[in-house]
Write a protein that binds this ligand. Sequence first.
Ligand code: NAD
Length: 427
Amino acid sequence: MTKQFNAFEMAQAQFDAVAEKLQLDGGSRELLRWPLREYHFLIPVHMEDGSVQVFKGYRVQHNDARGPAKGGIRFHPQETVDTVRALAMWMTWKCAVVDIPLGGGKGGVICNPPNLSPREQEQLCRGWVRQVVRNIGPVQDVPAPDVMTNPQHMVWMMDEYEKITGGHAPGFITGKPVEVGGSLGRTEATGFGVIYAVREALKRLGIDTKGVRASIQGFGNVAQYAAKKLIELGGTVVAVASWDNNDRRAYTFAKGDGVDVAFLLSITDRFGSIDKDKARAAGYGVLEADAWIEQEAEILIPAALENQVTGETAQRIKPAVRLLAEGANGPTTPEADAILKEKGIFVIPDFLCNAGGVTCSYFEQVQSNTNFYWPKDEVLQRLDQKMTTAFHAVADLADDTGEYMRDAAYMIAIQRVATACRLRGWV
Ligand code: NAD
């Protein structure tokens, strides 16, 4: 029988390998390879048809030595507690590598939102909060949106929390609409953050941003803002890949002299699917889905899904490519990673590269807790500062030790969390 892929076992294996490199003591290893706490509960919902359906919910707090746990809540029919555990652990490392004073957490409910009415979804959100209200909150654990949860869900959750605890507590949750305590700049944060890191990497590689070429997989939230920012810095985006919104297949949309982001946005739906007929009519090459990876460009940015850069596709990367910036989570398979190393391609690993999102969520939390909201320019300037500092800390360690960028990022993150645990006297 083939073994099922288990995200948590993978997260533990990654941790074990880095713990070994760092020569971490036995107590720290045992503490950090497991979640510190987890809550499993049931949420009964009165359905529109008069029946009661009981949903399974989770909240996992992997580690909070550096600050309140932080991480999204997924609504997904295939959710498992091991997925939530893995994601919670990855949040611990992501917050630590960008040096924000937060730990890692994640939540989930096994459900399929498209099959639920708005009222049923609201009950699910409020029920989730009621089950964990004693164990989460602005100074304990701060949730956020994730797969199939959105700003409306966050407002219902905040409202329930405030009803139970009394008073206003916008710092309880992030990803809120700007009208009720959200942060300006959140929409742009992940994509812009990717390019702040890319800009710094180019400096280290001695490549001018003016005229630099990038090929991007994806044209959703992350990819759109990454493309915009790179072009603003003088670069050219020679291709983007996305689903087509007619025949439900992915394609690469190529334009050697550079795509026009505003035009592409005008033919893209809210899910990031491009209308291929309109793109073709405007002179774009409509190529096979994987063609984005074999474009003549200095930069590749996978910003769509996990496991897209594989042992097979990585072989097709052109010699011109110097940098691969992982906008998506887990876009590179271990086989592809080995090929990237061999080709000498500089990699900005996912949990550093796309940390602009969580960094801006942290800014939202700070603004909500102080009840004082910053202008967008200030949010983005602080984001740039955080990303730039985090990037160079990792790149410096990689330079000093000869470690691969991904390993250096893990080493910094795990070391920071282990130090906090030790200073607190936990280990
Ligand atoms: P999104 O849903 O807005 O966009 C996804 C894009 O990928 C769409 O354009 C879609 O057409 C395209 N796509 C999907 N499958 C494809 C395929 N096989 N070939 C080509 N294109 C394909 O998602 P997003 O918010 O931009 O997130 C993208 C990635 O970044 C995900 O891995 C996500 O977990 C990660 N991420 C997002 C954020 C954030 O703040 N949005 C933060 C951190 C990490």
